[in-house]
Design a protein around this ligand. Structure first.
Ligand code: SF4
Ligand code: SF4
Length: 366
């Protein structure tokens, strides 16, 4: 049965990738030459696909992944429940409530995309195309949604570490890496990122982060009325190329041939959240008395972090790349590993100090 589930997940991932390419092609190429009626149809298909088809894929493949992973994969289960809730809120409930089917464009904080900043500039192409459809009220709603999502991501990461966004909320690459994990790569066998591969990713990561930070800063200065060169047109185009090539196309290339988290190695938002997770005290706790040196944690880590070497010494793993997926925790046969932050530690300590009175009573009665 497990193999059948994997096959179904692979087929759905192929469909997802093909649809993404077709719709991105129609939307960013053909649409500019099409008649007004055709443009309307393409937009409708695009939004229906992004909201309803994608959510259906997340629910179906998430359910299959829980089945494939088995009952002991508790962290994975939590990740998938998070993605179900995130997809339902961002792709179904919020668009229905606000009557705006493009809200998902505003679900990822800076520096991932400057789209929300561009929407504040009346001469930008996003403002010129959306204002006739949404009106000033609709634009305000989209920006409020963006501010709420940014607060949820940043405050959540400060409390719960990078796991909050990258393994629970992210509807760009995080969900795909988890929901389609057993189907990736579609061609060939699972691969690990080598030492030199990690170095290449590090170069791309800092280049993309510098570009994203520059674009974000430029838009903030420009919108604040501070005199800077007007590069608004070029900035919009660079953002589009960045999205189509480095985000959409390359992520899918990784899913087909390589690993699910490929894009997460250099995602500018992930890089930024890595620093916030440092502030949150995020780490994988280890206990060297229990490590049996089986290497399963290292083998399962999608970010190629050397966990076992730390576990053998009883040291915590606090790596900027850690997306908090918990695969290492699920894979550990001696249950040596656990995920924590300062806030989670406080909750655990409070539970120890003030145990649940019902449970304490049960113990006394026994
Ligand atoms: S690194 Fe970026 S793409 Fe990956 S899960 Fe985190 S926010 Fe999403
Ligand atoms: S160290 Fe563990 S939690 Fe962090 S990315 Fe690797 S497998 Fe996921």
């Amino acid at each position: 049965m497990r193999n059948h589930y994997i096959k179904v997940t692979k087929i759905i991932l192929w469909v997802y990738i093909i649809l993404c390419f077709v719709i991105a092609g129609l939307n960013n190429g053909y649409k500019s030459r099409a008649s007004a009626d055709v443009v309307q149809i393409i937009s409708w298909v695009w939004h229906f696909y992004e909201n309803y088809v994608k959510t259906a894929f997340i629910l179906i493949c998430g359910f299959l992944t829980i089945k494939i992973a088995g009952g002991s994969a508790k962290m994975r289960k939590k990740n998938l429940i998070g993605f179900f809730a995130s997809a339902l809120c961002v792709h179904i409930i919020a668009p229905i409530v606000t009557k705006n089917s493009e809200l998902y464009l505003f679900a990822m904080p800076l520096p991932w995309s400057t789209t929300p900043l561009q929407l504040m500039y009346p001469e930008s192409s996003i403002y010129l195309t959306r204002h006739p459809l949404w009106g000033t009220f609709g634009i305000t709603c989209a920006l409020i949604f963006y501010v709420i999502m940014t607060a949820i991501v940043l405050i959540g990461t400060l409390l719960f570490g990078r796991r909050w966004q990258c393994s629970t909320l992210c509807l760009f690459n995080g969900f795909a890496a988890e929901v389609f994990d057993f189907a990736i790569p579609l061609a060939g066998k699972k691969k690990k990122v080598t030492k030199s591969g990690k170095k290449i990713f590090a170069v791309i990561k800092w280049a993309i982060f510098a570009l994203s930070a520059f674009l974000s800063l430029w838009w903030v200065l420009f919108l604040s009325g501070i005199p800077v060169f007007d590069i608004s047109k070029a900035a919009g185009k660079i953002e589009l190329v960045k999205y189509l090539f480095f985000e959409l196309f390359v992520s899918m290339f990784f899913w087909i041939f390589f690993i699910g988290r490929g894009y997460c190695y250099y995602c500018p938002l992930g890089t930024f959240l890595g620093f916030i997770s440092k502030l949150s005290g995020q780490r994988i706790k280890t206990n060297n008395t229990k490590c049996v040196s089986c290497l399963r944690c290292n083998n399962t880590c999608p970010m190629s972090i050397k966990i076992m070497e730390k576990a053998q010494k009883g040291e915590d793993v606090a790596d900027l790349l850690c997306v908090g997926c918990g695969h290492c925790i699920d894979a550990c046969p001696s249950k040596t590993l656990s995920y924590s932050t300062r806030f989670l530690d406080k909750i655990k300590n409070a539970k120890k100090t003030y145990p649940d009175p019902a449970k304490s009573l049960e113990k006394v009665e026994k």
